[in-house]
Design a protein around this ligand. Structure first.
Ligand code: ADP
Ligand code: MG
Length: 236
């Protein structure tokens, strides 16, 4: 097995932050719970992708993280797998509201994230609800009332449901902004700010993005505390 430095060089991983933990190079040495390893094995994955390898140990230290890697690099499980361990650890009553909130720019992406959460969280029995526009609110509100550990939502629909006071974000302690660059391109910044205002300040915040323009840097600075930054490849 490669040294942490050699692994980072080979996979063009750059990190910045205090005492960044070494990457988790293999599933065998990962220390992940057996029910999660069982799922990655049945998916046929041979090793963590570089963004997973480097962001898992940081997220598992409950630190804020900015992860920048191109599309298709496995960012979804980069934040979902540590979220499963977070849910286990805090062990909230899901009827009082979600522990994990993932914001995603579109219905299609939100649905894909939910599919991965259901697939990889199956043996851990987490419940996940997906909220997006362009569909009736009724079934989504009923899903919320049944309770969910994880809510995956587009900012517009979640903000509508918040204004109706039909969901509480008071238990959220793991907040993910996925495809932050696209959400800002789509003009969701005001909704994102309203949503983040409803999440307690004592939380872990994770931002996954394909690019790192100044608009994204600005919200990262506003929403995160002393984040570790991980880049894969030559992203600006
Ligand atoms: P991104 O969010 O970076 O665009 P995704 O999370 O959508 O990437 O992942 C892209 C594809 O890679 C998905 O089909 C996913 O199931 C698959 N994948 C994720 N992790 C691994 C892994 N460790 N090994 C192989 N394939 C993986
Ligand atoms: Mg993605």
């Amino acid at each position: 097995e490669l040294s942490p430095e050699a692994y980072r060089r080979r996979h063009e991983i750059t990190v910045s932050g205090d005492k960044v933990p070494p990457p988790i190079i293999s599933f065998g040495s990962s220390g992940l719970p057996s029910e999660i390893l069982k799922e990655v094995q049945s998916a046929g994955f041979s090793a963590p992708t570089p963004i997973q390898a480097q962001s898992w140990p940081i997220a598992l230290q409950s630190r804020d993280i900015v992860a920048i890697a191109k599309t298709g690099s496995g960012k979804t499980l980069g934040y979902l797998i540590p979220s499963f361990m977070h849910i286990k650890r805090v062990s909230n009553n899901s009827r009082l509201g979600p522990t994990v909130l993932v914001l995603s720019p579109t219905r299609e992406l939100a649905t894909q994230i939910q599919d991965e959460a259901v697939k990889f969280g199956k043996s851990s029995r987490f419940s996940c609800v997906c909220l997006y526009g362009g569909a009736p609110k009724g079934p989504q509100l009923r899903d919320i009332d049944r309770g969910a550990d994880i809510v995956v939502a587009t900012p517009g629909r979640l903000n509508d449901i918040l204004e109706m006071r039909r969901i509480s974000l008071q238990q959220v302690s793991y907040l993910v902004l996925d495809e932050a660059d696209r959400m800002l391109d789509m003009g969701f910044e005001p909704q994102i700010r309203k949503i983040v205002n409803e999440v307690p300040a004592h939380r872990q915040t994770l931002m996954y993005t394909a690019t790192w323009p100044k608009e994204v840097r600005k919200i990262a600075a506003d929403f995160m505390v002393n984040p570790v930054q991980v880049n894969i490849g030559n992203v600006d």
